[in-house]
Design a protein around this ligand. Sequence first.
Ligand code: FAD
Length: 381
Amino acid sequence: MNRSPKLAIIGAGLGGTACAALMAKAGLNVKVYEQAPAFSRLGAGIHLGPNVMKIMRRIGIEDELNRTGAHPDYWYSRDGITGDVLAQIPLGDYALSHYGASYLTVHRGDFHKLMTDALPPGILEFNKKLDKVEDRGDDVLLTFTDGTTETADIVIGADGINSKIRDSLLGAELPIYSGYVAHRAVFPTPVDSGALPFDMCCKWWAGDRHMMVYFVTSKRDEIYYVTGVPEESWDMSKSWLPCTKDEMRATFDGWHSSVQALIEGTEEVTRWPLLEREPLPLWSRGRLVLLGDACHPMKPHMAQGAAMAIEDAAMLLRCFQELGFSDHSAVFDLYKANRAERASKVQLVSHNNTWLRTNENPDWCFGYDVFNEPLVSAPAH
Ligand code: FAD
């Protein structure tokens, strides 16, 4: 590989942090700029499939993650009213032997912290909100809202659904409100779980809504739920709103006693709009390239949004390693050729909210190994 250019990542969310960790581990010259002053342990959980855990192995935090998170034996889908099993997808030991890595559910904040701690010192800068990006041909000028500037050879937009880098490639445009909200709550596991023992990972489905439930710690002492519930409109100036137990009781009135027990155990619950974009026609231009929600935001119903951002990061590194640094357009074309189809498929299945509702084979998703998939060539221009 020829000389490493100066890489700047905008946004240290799950995709940007994974990207910085992978690039630094590969010996590249990378910095990541994050608008937030610091990160806190926000109330949310996340699934990490074997497709992500193989990337965490590369970053060096697989073992610690395995110690931190819960290892569900199965993904259950159950009827929200009767509790009948609709699907039972093997994870646990099966994931290890069949996919070569574990399937975890974990607190999102714990996961983010482990990745952030894996970064070499001095790589991540907080309080750096990108205001303007200018591709000057030979380099890129980044201007932050605090008035400071930086230059970089390559800029990776990992700045989420309202990405400035996306805006600069395609023009400013609000994401699409999907007509659904998600309620999210993390709280100590209730002792009384209704008629059924809590499954380690269960999606309750009935009518036009669902509730996904899983543990977020290895001790199973914290549990998380996230819903999908139709709501006609959303005020796009609000990124989330508080919600009450009464609202939850009304939303899931008549549902199974396990769901009721979860609602009663809730300490604090919030309501989030589910936002999407159509697949973007452009993933890069000049020295700018996108990854994760900046590029393909989706409804969270496959629990694979962050996974796609992290896979993007790993594939981008792989393409640099494959082609070197002298022709970044060729690298970006190869990257898109190897990511767009999979990311769009995950976007579509997430949109339709059909994933694992009935017994189906999830190998195409969980079995994907970004480091060993055969690369497809970029189409000729
Ligand atoms: P983000 O995580 O949004 O990070 C973007 C970062 O960029 C942020 O830190 C932000 O502060 C920073 N930033 C933004 N603008 C600027 C700027 N101008 N300058 C500097 N920094 C900036 N995915 C899963 O894989 N599994 C799950 O179980 C799962 N559950 C979900 C549940 C819900 C309810 C939702 C809404 C999403 C869920 N997702 C899940 C999806 C997942 O959260 C996202 O896909 C993922 O966070 C995208 O990562 P990202 O790094 O691209 O963007």
